[in-house]
Design a protein around this ligand. Structure first.
Ligand code: 5AD
Ligand code: SF4
Length: 420
């Protein structure tokens, strides 16, 4: 049996797709990358913004055509949108055979296998789990923050921290199988708490794993970023110097309406602390434009904040009302054209800043971890999370920590050669 898994959404979804793939491989299912080769098509969906749901709908629409040609192919929809809409998806799309939310993900593989009335085949025709250079590990599920625009607490439920020993065992297993970098995931990793173990002690324990070279984590809610964690980032060599710290807006009025529980001044102070303690830290962020009642002045506050802070990377989204959220009861009063306009103003500025930051890296030697190889090019990442491409490279360098001299830069990326 061959399956294809298509993932829409955040790193957490990527992580959950990986977990499902691993479970399916226990049932001797083979992963393929071509839709026409698949007996089962699994779509992992996202609900955070309406655009993500539209993307899933159009993907299912395309599969419907495929299913007309090959009625035996099974279609499974999983993830946040599956959780949110449940059986409505099957009512709308007759081609969908099974809808599985996000709760009980551990049982998904079995349900999918049962759907296919699958007979086991001789195991020697199947590939083993490939080793991953970078592995994702979920440490906390759900969210208790209820930012007024966000659907996550409604679809993923309240925060649940996973057993620290299970997390450690999983990290150890990944490292034994060749993983060099681990990314810990959660909507708000800083509120991790399992028994006596908090986020800082968990990170300390994971860093002790022999053979692990790098550790990253995301996402940090600014209100919960502790001084203790900043100290740890500064002192623990394996922790990458990158933090994703969603600011969302530079206007205190909007931050309050978003229920973010911090002010712009507080956020700025955090940035200052981080840059003082960890001078080379890269700070990335998320911004929403066109939140209800965002005036030109509010937008300008965000724009000025971006110019002032000079983020290393930035994701910007047009506000879209999501079901059940507090903001969905507010008037969505910023016209779409204005949202688009604000988004492009932010994006232009962010790209300008990013270009300046990367061009200042030209001529420097940076430590990278190579994690991909194609067309004679090695793809690598700096500790700060910046992509580096090494052209005309040897595949033997894949999965290695190397020093690279940066020769050229583009808007977000760097190009360089290995320093022997
Ligand atoms: N509209 C637009 N952007 C949103 N995000 C979350 N909910 C919404 C929404 N309703 C953005 C936030 C968050 C990122 C993952 O998605 O910026 O940090
Ligand atoms: Fe959503 Fe806020 Fe929780 Fe992030 S912290 S998942 S934006 S509710």
């Amino acid at each position: 049996m061959k399956y294809l898994i298509e993932t829409i959404g955040c790193q957490m979804n990527v992580c959950e797709s990986d977990t499902l793939s691993e479970a399916l491989s226990d049932y001797e299912m083979l992963k393929v990358s071509n839709v026409s080769d698949a007996d089962i098509i699994i779509l992992n969906t996202c609900s955070v913004r309406s655009q993500a749901e539209q993307k899933a709908f159009s993907y299912i629409g395309r599969i419907e055509d495929l299913k007309k040609q090959n009625p035996n192919v099974k279609v499974v929809v999983i993830g946040c949108m599956a959780e949110r809409l449940g059986t409505k998806i099957r009512k709308r799309f007759k081609s969908v055979d099974l809808v599985l939310g996000i709760k009980d993900i551990d049982k998904f593989a079995l349900k999918i296998v049962n759907l296919c009335k699958f007979n086991t085949v001789n195991s020697d025709v199947l590939v083993n789990n490939t080793s991953q250079i970078i592995s994702y590990v979920t440490i906390i599920r759900g969210c208790n923050n209820f930012c007024s625009y966000c659907v996550v607490p409604f679809v993923r439920g309240r925060e649940v921290s996973l057993d620290n020993q299970t997390i450690l065992n999983q990290c150890q297993k990944f490292v034994q199988n060749g993983t060099k970098e681990i990314m810990l995931l959660g909507q708000n990793v800083n509120s991790y708490k399992y028994g006596q173990t908090n986020f800082v002690s968990l990170v300390r324990d994971i860093c002790k794993i022999d053979g692990l070279k790098r550790l990253r984590f995301m996402t940090n809610h600014p209100k919960d970023l502790s001084d203790e964690l900043i100290e740890l980032i500064a002192n623990e060599k394996k922790i990458c110097h990158h933090i994703h710290l969603p600011m969302q807006s530079g206007s205190n009025k909007i931050l309050k309406a978003m229920n973010r529980k911090y002010t712009y001044e507080y956020y700025l102070e955090l940035v200052y602390k981080l840059r003082t303690k960890v001078p080379e830290i890269s700070i990335t962020t998320d911004i929403i434009v066109g939140f209800p009642e965002e005036t030109d002045k509010d937008f300008n506050d965000t724009f000025e904040a971006i110019k002032n802070i000079r983020f290393d990377g930035l994701y910007v989204f047009k506000y879209s009302p999501r079901p059940n959220t507090k903001a969905s009861n507010m008037l969505d009063d910023v016209p779409l054209e204005e949202k688009k306009n604000r988004l492009s103003i932010i994006l232009n500025e962010a790209n300008k800043i990013s270009s300046e930051i990367v061009s200042s890296m030209v001529g420097k030697t940076l430590e990278v971890l190579t994690d991909n190889f194609y067309d004679n090019t090695l793809e690598a990442k700096t500790k700060s999370g910046r992509k580096v491409f090494i052209k005309n490279a040897n595949k033997d360098y894949l999965g290695k920590i190397l020093n690279v001299c940066i020769e050229e830069s583009k808007v977000h990326s760097l190009f360089g050669n290995i320093v022997v």
